[in-house]
Design a protein around this ligand. Sequence first.
Ligand code: NDP
Length: 450
Amino acid sequence: MSETDYDLFVIGAGSGGVRAARMSSGFGAKVAIAESRYLGGTCVNVGCVPKKLFSYAAHYREDFSDAKGFGWDCEVQELDWPRLRDNKTKEIERLNGIYGNLLRNAGVELINGHARIIDPNTVEVEGKQYTAKSILISVGGWPFIPEFPGREFAISSNEFFYLEHLPKHAVIVGGGYIATEFAGILHGLGVDVEQIYRGDLFLRGFDSEIRAQLAEEMRAKGIKLRFNDNVAEIIKKDGRYQLTLESGENVVTDQVLYATGRKPLLDGLGLENTSVSLTDEGYIAVDQGFKTTEPSIYAVGDVTAGMELTPVALAEGMNLAKRLFKGDQTVLDYSFIPTAIFSQPNLATVGFSEEDARERYGDIAVFTSRFTHLKHTLSGNMTKTFLKLIVDKASDKVVGAHMMGDDAGEIIQGIAVAIKAGATKADFDSTIGIHPTVAEEFVTMREASR
Ligand code: NDP
């Protein structure tokens, strides 16, 4: 084709888009990136980063109480929510600036505004048209709230991050990552929380035993979990919200937070001007090289089907940049992706659940350990730590590791390297532990009797 303005035009400056843009530019491509909202996307602005900051804030309440057994008497005041919220927002604004600098320093042209695809090689932003050899769609997703009477009274996590006042009581609907994390965060911040989930047990897809353990610990902390029920209607009454549940029961609350999944953010993108096709669930369909059904258009991250995780989008953005501008056609390996839920207590996992491993490998060995953290012998905190390893008996390979407890994500990240490298249970057993730690339990586990 004739000369274009850019080699790559990226739509959406979230984790995947920014990584693809910076790397492509680094490999010598001429790159522009358009963003209509905020630099850094969901993760930086209304996702991982502010969520983790709030999660730290939430943990302090328990830490103050744990401190007593160690001789510290702390007077715990009520949380100063505006201070926490505004400090968080300042940090996010600082990160937005860093993202802008990273892009500019990498030689990427940053274009502010909503981008619309005009044809397979042309994008329009704020009335100006730009041509490109390739277009990357990395616009991410947006919270989905189902249709029901009173839906307008529900907020999503997006709004929670900027709430004017912290509610006294909140209902959280959903049983996935966000609902479960926010149940712990809100509870830790001093809100009376009820989580409502339509199924038998939240966190569908994770190891059943660890899901049950988490439910037990959350209940013990005072979080109300209501399973096998759903919201039928919300009405506003005397400044509060009255929820009628499908079971017929009523719940009155000050805030209703919906965390019922996210959908790709495709509105106004101009896909009708291309031959890009969608999956049955409405995600952009791509091949293993992130190419859509329109040969000049690619997509990475949450706008495509797959695990909606920042590190996955980053890996995809990197892989695409190498494909397009370095001639490296390595297919991204999605096996053994570790993940954490910053619930209270934290939960993290890599590899197969016991159920999935049994189905896939047949003969498996299961190792579990449930114990009181050394710290809690003095703190008086009754929270238990739970670890689980799943081993394929035929190869002795560890094919799943699960943990509930403090810093589970930090520990499972290390275990994930071993599992990804094909470590066997014998390798775990021959590794000497670091004493006294929680993580050492992973190298001293004996088979569970079940
Ligand atoms: P999830 O897909 O994790 O969970 C959605 C939940 O909503 C499920 O429990 C689902 O139930 C329920 N649900 C879906 N539709 C309805 C409905 N119509 N009525 C009632 N309940 C419904 O989505 P989240 O919103 O929690 O998070 C989005 C994604 O963001 C996650 O999948 C994850 O990939 C990512 N994320 C990652 C985090 C991390 O890495 N720590 C943190 C936060 C988000 P059911 O199970 O029955 O389908």
